[in-house]
Design a protein around this ligand. Structure first.
Ligand SMILES: [Zn+2]
Length: 172
């Protein structure tokens, strides 16, 4: 298995993690890195999202449109929201675009109209949802989110090489 700590370091090389942590600042940094805006939209009706989005413990859904990325999420706490959003951003940075699962299952097209009536179906390029999952990608996105949350709360500002060493030790 790929060393996820090394992969994380590569993915985050040009994306600054704000300290103190601030979700909007981080998401803006990811958007700048990708050259596409990212819109976060909280879903206040959890049943509307369950069954569409990621996993059973997280409630997030990444929609890639022609010119932007949209993350729908539901969470009980701000920390949980950070984690769910980080998980979806992990899918983005790890390039888990919903182009169909590795076993050839076609790309996922969930019924999004009820959640996002203003979103034109023609503008949707991909939606990463349940039928696209495989355990490897889910685990990678979840590990990414875990690492990001740890990194976001580590004491600063030590030289990055020290932080990276700490990191590797923790996730080896
Ligand atoms: Zn996921």
């Amino acid at each position: 298995m790929v060393d996820m700590a090394a992969r994380f370091g590569d993915l985050m090389r040009n994306i600054e993690i704000p300290f103190p942590w601030e979700r909007a600042t981080f998401v803006a940094a990811v958007a700048k890195n990708r050259g596409r805006p990212i819109f976060l939209q909280r879903v206040d009706d959890p049943p509307a999202l369950s069954g569409l989005g990621c996993g059973t413990t997280t409630s997030g859904l990444w929609i890639k449109t022609t010119h932007s990325d949209i993350v729908l999420y539901n969470a009980d706490t701000e920390w949980h929201a950070d984690h769910v959003i980080s998980h979806e951003i992990g899918h983005m940075l790890l390039r888990h675009d919903g182009q169909g699962a590795s076993d050839g299952t076609p790309a996922y097209r969930p019924p999004l109209h009820a959640l996002m009536p203003e979103l034109s179906p023609d503008s949707i390029q991909s939606v990463l949802g349940r039928s696209d999952y495989d355990n490897v990608r889910e685990a990678a996105a979840e590990t990414f989110a875990d690492m990001l949350m740890v990194e976001a709360t580590l004491p600063r500002r030590r030289p990055s090489v020290v932080r990276r060493t700490l990191f590797r030790a923790r996730y080896r």
